[in-house]
Design a protein around this ligand. Sequence first.
Ligand SMILES: Cc1cc2nc3c(=O)[nH]c(=O)nc-3n(C[C@H](O)[C@H](O)[C@H](O)COP(=O)(O)OP(=O)(O)OC[C@H]3O[C@@H](n4cnc5c(N)ncnc54)[C@H](O)[C@@H]3O)c2cc1C
Length: 374
Amino acid sequence: MKVVIIGAGISGLLSALEFAEQGCSVIIFDQQQAGQAASWAGGGILSPMYPWRYPQAVNALAKHGKVLYQAWNEKLKPISGIDFEIHETGMLIFDEADFDLGLNYAKQFQEPMQHCEYLQQEQLKQVNPRISAQFKQAIYFPQIANVRNPRLLKSIITYLKQHPRVQFIENTWVENFQIRNQKIQSVQTQNGQIYEADQFIIATGAWSEHWSTQLRFSIPVTPVQGQMLLFKAPEHWLPTMCMNNVMYLIPRTDGHIVCGSSMNHLGFDKRPSTQTQQDIYKASIAMVPELENFPVVKQWAGLRPSSPTGVPYIGKMPNLENLWANFGHYRNGLCMGPASAQLLRQLVLNQPTIVSPDAYDPIKLLQSEVENAV
Ligand SMILES: Cc1cc2nc3c(=O)[nH]c(=O)nc-3n(C[C@H](O)[C@H](O)[C@H](O)COP(=O)(O)OP(=O)(O)OC[C@H]3O[C@@H](n4cnc5c(N)ncnc54)[C@H](O)[C@@H]3O)c2cc1C
């Protein structure tokens, strides 16, 4: 079977891996170099930030993230030469209004939280001595990990580029589909090239609304800008991830600390702003005052593919036999990525699925858009 995948972010790349490992031939397109968009810009926390605030459909995919990435890291590392560091730091949450909700959620759903503790100031200091004295208590999820997403992308791309059944076509915008009898025959690129396949996957992240014009129904996915700051501290300086007021600190093993993030509706503009940089800086210092002693070495912004409820579209698209979706992961595309790609591959190849697919079914989720268009 030949599969065309449009979009080489985490959703498209993991889909390519899933299909290639099942013996399919894959052509994967990106308008720029592979792995440079939201999936590069993200923080890599392998859990929704406050799981109890999200639909269960998001948590059901996210809970597989850590274990599936560990398995991919083992498989890819010998060939790519890259360890993408699944760093099990745990997460401290300081938002007091969420304590009861969080603890109840953790009790009710064992995963992805698995284990959750309420900490008072003394215990908090032991778990993370860098925390500001203003925080007298926290909830602690010791098993939440983060992944070093730029390395993750590099590892997958390196692995796929040496794979005999995978072809990359980069710096090429896919413009439209050639459709006959409710079936896609091929895709056409901006420079007029045609590529045929049996199955076609849309994994175009924040750009997914582009397909509305040709498919003649609205696809409600829009870009939401998120900005980040990067501090450089000594190795292993900050022992845990920290979260307060939807701002977070994510320590990498080499002392880099990723801090974010903002939510701005600015279309496809991903230039960082000074005001947002200052807001993130202030929120970071409020959690860990000693960060003030370390340099900010980088800042950037990326475009999250927002969907109405944060639940991604995964499965067959309406009205066509062989067009599939894996997009709209909004704030959680890195943690949902491995299970999303596995679910997609299982649906396309008619295999038993990792989770029940109904909640992600584009035909159901887009039903009112399709009806309104008729
Ligand atoms: C600041 C920030 C922090 C985040 N933190 C986290 C986190 O901690 N944990 C987490 O799980 N998630 C996080 N996210 C969300 C996560 O990054 C996204 O949900 C995820 O990366 C989406 O992946 P994707 O592959 O769908 O999209 P992308 O990575 O954006 O990839 C889509 C690709 O499709 C290509 N493309 C689009 N249209 C076309 C076309 N017509 N032709 C050719 N190519 C095309 C684009 O060039 C792009 O490379 C964060 C996001 C941001 C911005």
